[in-house]
Design a protein around this ligand. Structure first.
Ligand code: 6PG
Length: 476
C-alpha cells in the first residue's frame, strides 16, 4: 500500500522519499516499480528526514498500535518544529487523540488519516480522511486532494476535524463496510440455500442490482467473486472455509456505539456474525444435534422474490448508514468535533471499499440539511424505505420459515420498527427495575396523580415488603 501511495503521489508531480526499515525493500522498489520516476530512497530515518523539505510531511503506513508510537519516537530526534507526522494506518482514534496532544506539546503537528481503498485505491486514488492538528491541513491539502480518488471533479478527501476525527470517521467507515459485507452475504445465502440458485446465477442477479440503487464496489466485486471458478470449474467461493477473519475495526465501532449509547445494531450484528462464523467446529457439532425446519421448495414468484430481496438489502443498508451517521453525530458532540456529514459522504463516494452511488444520495441529503437528525427524516430515504418495506418484511418472514439466519436484515427491520414507534415497552423494564432494585421510574406526562409527578424520579413499594428508599443513579 505504501509503495502504491508513493507512486500515486509521484504521478501527481510530488517528489517522494521512500523508506522501509528493511532497506533492501527500498532498493528493490527503486530498481523496479519506481524505476524512471522521481521517487528517491532513504536507508535510514536520518537520511529520510535530511532529504525532506520543511515543514516535513512524513506519512507512516505501519501496523496500528505500538509500532506507530515506536516509529514516531525514532523520527522525533530528526524533526524540527512545525514538521508534520501523518499516520495513515488503521489506528484506533483514542490513540490519534493522544498522539495529536503529545506531538503538539513538542511543537510538531500530527495528522491521523483514514486511508481506504486497499492497494488499488492507494495506487489510483484512495479515499483519504485526515484529522488532527488543523495547522497541518494547508500543507498537506494539495498533496492529499491530488492523490485521492476524484468523483465528478471533486476529491474524495477533505479535512475531517481535530484530534482523532479522521481515524474516528475511518473506523465508522470500516464498521459500515462490515455491515454492507454481511448484508451481501445474507442475500447470497438466501439465494443459494433458499432459492437453490447456483453461484453463476447469483452473480448475474448481483450484476443486475449493480445497475440500480445498490450500484457499489462491494456488489460489483461479489459478482466477480461468484463468477471466479477454480481449475476444476467449481466456483472458488464454495471452497473457501466459512470462518470470517477480522482485524478489529468493526468491533471498535460496535464498542464505540455501546459507549455512546447509540443503537448501531447492524454493525454490531455484522461483527457477531463473523464471531459466530469463526466457531466453526462448534457449529459443525451443533448441526448434527439441532435441526431446523424441513427444507421446502420455493413455490412463489421468483422474480418478485428477487426484487423483494433487492429492496430488503437496500432498506437495511439505509438503516445501517442512518445508524452510522447517528453514531458520528453523538461522538462529534462529545468530542466537540465539527463534522461535516455531507463532506464525509462525499469522501466515501469514491476510492474506498464502501464507495457507491448511494453515498451520492447521502451527500445530497446532508447538503440539503446539514444537521439532519437521521437519514430516515430525509424525503428521498424516507420514500425509499417506505417503498422497500413490504418486500423487506416478506424476505425476512420467508428466511425465518426456511431457518436461514439474517442477523443484519432482521436487526435493521427491528431498529426501523422500534425507531418509528412512539411507544416501546421500556415501561415494563422501568417497572421491573424499580420492583427489584428501587431504581425509580418517571411517569408519562398526563398520567400524574397526587403521588406520581411528571419529571420526578419515583419509587413505589410494589409488594408492600420493599422499602420506600430508592437507589442512587449511576452508570457503570
Ligand atoms: C479499507 C479497509 C481496510 C481494512 C480491511 C480489513 O478501507 O481499505 O477498510 O482498511 O483493513 O478491509 O478489515 P478486516 O480484516 O477487519 O475485515
Amino acid at each position: 500500500m505504501g509503495q502504491n501511495l508513493i507512486l500515486n503521489m509521484n504521478d501527481k508531480g510530488f517528489t517522494v522519499v521512500a523508506y522501509n526499515r528493511t532497506t533492501s525493500k527500498v532498493d528493490s522498489f527503486l530498481a523496479n516499480e519506481a524505476k524512471g520516476t522521481k521517487v528517491q530512497g532513504a536507508h535510514s530515518i536520518q537520511e529520510l528526514c535530511a532529504k525532506l523539505k520543511t515543514p516535513r510531511k512524513i506519512v507512516l503506513l505501519v501496523k496500528a498500535g505500538p509500532a506507530v508510537d515506536s516509529f514516531i519516537d525514532q523520527l522525533i530526534p530528526y524533526l524540527e518544529a512545525g514538521d508534520i507526522i501523518i499516520d495513515g494506518g488503521n489506528s484506533h482514534y483514542p490513540d490519534s487523540i493522544r498522539r495529536t496532544a503529545e506531538l503538539e506539546s513538542k511543537g510538531f503537528l500530527f495528522v491521523g488519516s483514514g486511508v481506504s481503498g486497499g492497494e488499488e485505491g492507494a495506487r489510483y486514488g484512495p479515499s483519504l480522511m485526515p484529522g488532527g492538528s488543523p495547522a497541518a491541513w494547508p500543507h498537506i491539502k494539495p498533496i492529499f486532494q491530488a492523490a485521492a480518488a476524484q468523483v465528478e471533479g471533486e476529491p474524495c478527501c477533505d479535512w475531517v476535524g481535530e484530534t482523532g476525527a479522521g481515524h474516528y470517521v475511518k473506523m465508522v467507515h470500516n464498521g459500515i463496510e462490515y455491515g454492507d459485507m454481511q448484508l451481501i452475504a445474507e442475500a447470497y445465502d438466501i439465494l443459494k440455500r433458499g432459492l437453490g440458485l447456483p453461484e453463476s446465477e447469483i452473480a448475474d442477479i448481483f450484476l443486475t442490482w449493480n445497475k440500480g440503487v445498490l450500484d457499489s464496489f462491494l456488489i460489483d466485486i461479489t459478482a466477480n467473486i461468484l463468477k471466479f471458478n477454480d481449475d476444476d470449474g467449481q466456483p472458488m467461493v464454495t471452497k473457501i472455509l466459512d470462518a470470517a477473519g477480522q482485524k478489529g475495526t468493526g468491533k471498535w465501532t460496535a464498542i464505540a456505539a455501546l459507549d455512546a449509547g447509540m443503537p448501531v445494531t447492524l454493525i454490531g450484528e455484522a461483527v457477531f456474525a463473523r464471531c459466530l462464523s469463526s466457531i466453526k467446529a462448534e457449529r459443525v457439532r451443533a448441526s448434527k444435534v439441532i435441526s431446523g425446519p424441513q427444507k421446502e421448495e420455493f413455490k412463489g414468484d421468483k422474480k418478485q422474490f428477487i426484487d423483494d430481496l433487492e429492496q430488503a438489502l437496500y432498506a437495511s443498508k439505509i438503516i445501517s448508514y442512518a445508524q452510522g451517521f447517528m453514531l458520528m453525530r453523538e461522538t462529534a458532540k462529545e468530542q466537540k468535533w465539527n463534522l461535516n456529514y455531507a463532506g464525509i459522504a462525499r469522501m466515501w463516494r469514491g476510492g474506498c471499499i464502501i464507495k457507491s452511488v448511494f453515498l451520492g444520495d447521502i451527500t445530497s441529503a446532508y447538503t440539503k440539511t446539514s444537521d439532519l437528525e437521521s437519514l430516515l427524516f430525509d424525503d428521498f430515504f424516507n420514500k425509499a424505505v417506505h417503498k422497500a418495506q413490504p418486500g423487506w418484511r416478506r424476505i425476512i418472514a420467508q428466511a425465518v420459515l426456511w431457518g436461514i439466519p439474517t442477523p443484519a436484515f432482521s436487526t435493521a427491520l427491528a431498529f426501523f420498527d422500534g425507531y418509528r414507534s412512539e411507544v416501546v415497552p421500556a415501561n415494563i423494564l422501568q417497572a421491573q427495575r424499580d420492583y427489584f432494585g428501587a431504581h425509580t421510574f418517571r411517569v408519562v406526562p398526563g398520567k400524574e396523580n397526587a403521588k406520581l409527578k411528571a419529571g420526578e424520579d419515583i419509587h413505589i413499594n410494589w409488594t408492600g415488603r420493599g422499602g420506600n428508599v430508592s437507589a442512587s443513579t449511576y452508570s457503570a
